[in-house]
Design a protein around this ligand. Structure first.
Ligand code: ADP
Ligand code: ADP
Ligand code: MG
Length: 454
């Protein structure tokens, strides 16, 4: 079998940097962490085999700088770079530079990142692979007349989406013809500012949907699907709670979704881990492709808990040149897993970030509880980055038991005076709607509007 990589430079921070360090250690791969001054005292810096400060806290001058990351990798002789999620993970130009230096990128080829990173291109490939897509424009829309024409087919409300959008940003719902021209102009200029690309497209805005995504692993030849994750619990198009399997998906739907995801990957000869995202129409019980994420995702642990597959280790094996270790028949979904993204944000103040010092920390534990976090007692959450400070994941035999376990774990967790989203997530989990499994992407907003007790 092809030897594993000797060393990997980790171009990320926080919980995902720690997650990658742990996978490297178990595989005997040397972990080299590139960190910023803002993260000097963080756990990943303490636990990596080697840690190198590459710049100031400002991500533009550290984690988001292709030149600094590359020169650190070269200076320390790293054979590969793992980008984690966010930052440079989906920047095709960066990956091209990595490839040209003869360094292995732990992820797909630059070409595939570029292709799928453009949501319009990705939709075209999906169509070509016979995967259903949300009805809407065939490509870029830039003129109001065009938009009006398409609106005749999609009806209102419709959704204008930035081709380069991500992280729940670059989307606008248009409710009527009156504002269409103005909305189109505004979202185009927002997309230009945020993503340096004004291209937008139009989709029918589906109002009673779930977000369902399929995890895949591919080696350039074979593709295996590892079931779905249900990420319907969202606020402003951003995920709050994720679970696997989905309470709304049966065997037949799962088989269809997995086949669609596999066909899409085969269409381009995809390599490494990826996620194919779909919206699932609750009324028609039909799914439509929306986008592909060409990286490891925040919520990957729920898939790990129900399949037993360590996705980061598999990423490293594939990047080392090994063939997939699992066939589709090997993948069995066992029990139920739920993840809460713990953000240092105040749910009662419109989720404003709340960085600060964690004076003491009690980490929840016990059977079926996993917490992926870089926080520890005495750690100061820096104000410079994403407010996610960890992920609490539980596994149990059934969904009801998983909910009970998560509520117990949240109750056990203590982060001192730091305000987090955890009590809010407990309220959601404990709600009749969540427990029934019958909800859509709008239920969190509805509960917030109704005013909830924390
Ligand atoms: P996931 O599906 O893994 O949750 P998200 O879309 O929430 O993915 O993004 C994961 C991370 O990447 C978050 O930290 C988010 O802020 C960041 N991110 C995703 N897309 C972009 C983007 N286009 N620009 C900047 N950050 C992004
Ligand atoms: P991002 O790149 O920011 O993750 P996505 O295209 O994955 O953007 O969409 C994020 C979320 O927005 C979805 O999970 C879903 O809740 C909502 N969404 C996307 N497309 C549609 C649509 N056509 N109709 C209704 N909701 C949508
Ligand atoms: Mg998405």
């Amino acid at each position: 079998m092809t030897e594993l990589l000797n060393s990997v430079l980790i171009a990320n921070r926080g919980e995902i940097a720690l997650r990658i360090i742990r996978a490297c250690k178990e595989l005997g791969i040397k972990s080299i962490l590139a960190y910023s001054e803002g993260d000097r005292d963080s756990l990943p810096v303490k636990l990596a085999d080697k840690a190198v400060c590459i710049g100031p806290a400002n991500a533009a001058k550290s984690y988001n700088s292709p030149e600094l990351i590359l020169s650190a990798a070269m200076a320390f002789g790293a054979e590969a770079i793992h980008p984690g999620y966010g930052f440079l993970s989906e920047k095709a130009d960066f990956v091209k530079m990595v490839e040209e230096e003869g360094i292995t990128f732990v992820g797909p080829a630059a070409e595939h990142i570029a292709l799928m990173g453009d949501k319009i291109q990705a939709k075209k490939i999906a169509k070509k692979a016979g995967v259903p897509t949300v009805p809407g424009s065939d490509g870029v829309v830039s003129e109001p007349e065009e938009a009006l024409q398409i609106a005749k087919e999609t009806g209102f409300p419709l959704l204008i989406k930035a081709a380069a959008g991500g992280g729940g940003r670059g989307m606008r719902v248009v409710n009527s013809e009156e504002t269409l021209e103005k909305d189109l102009k505004e979202i185009m200029s927002e997309a230009q500012t945020a993503f340096n690309d004004p291209s937008v497209y139009i989709e029918r805005y589906l109002t009673d949907i779930r977000h369902i995504e399929i995890q895949v692993l591919a080696d350039g030849e074979n593709v295996v699907a590892l079931g779905e994750r249900d990420c319907t619990s969202q606020r402003r198009n951003q995920k709050l709670i994720e679970e696997a399997p989905s309470p709304a998906i049966d065997e037949e739907l799962r088989a269809g979704l997995e086949e669609a995801a596999i066909n899409l990957c085969k269409e381009v000869g995809y390599r490494n881990a990826g996620t194919i995202e779909f919206v699932f129409d609750n009324i028609e019980r039909k799914y439509y492709f929306i986008e592909m994420n060409t990286r490891i995702q925040v919520e990957h642990p729920v898939t790990e808990m129900v399949t037993g597959v360590d996705l980061i280790q598999e990423q490293l094996r594939i990047a080392s040149g090994q063939k997939l270790r699992h066939t589709q028949e090997d993948v069995q979904i066992n029990g139920h897993a739920i993840e809460c993204r713990i953000n240092a944000e105040d749910p009662t103040q419109n989720f404003a970030p709340r960085p600060g010092k964690i004076e003491h920390f009690r980490q929840p534990g016990g059977f079926g509880v996993r917490m992926d976090t870089h926080i520890e007692a005495g750690y100061t959450i820096p104000p410079f980055y994403d407010s996610m400070v960890g992920k609490l994941i539980v596994w149990a035999e059934t969904r009801d038991e998983a909910i009970a376990r998560m509520l117990r774990a949240i109750d056990e967790m203590d982060v001192g005076d730091v305000v987090t989203t955890a009590p809010f997530q407990a309220t959601l989990l404990d709600s009749e709607q969540f427990r029934s499994g019958e909800f859509n992407t709008g239920y969190v907003a509805k509960m917030l509007e109704a005013g909830i007790e924390l």
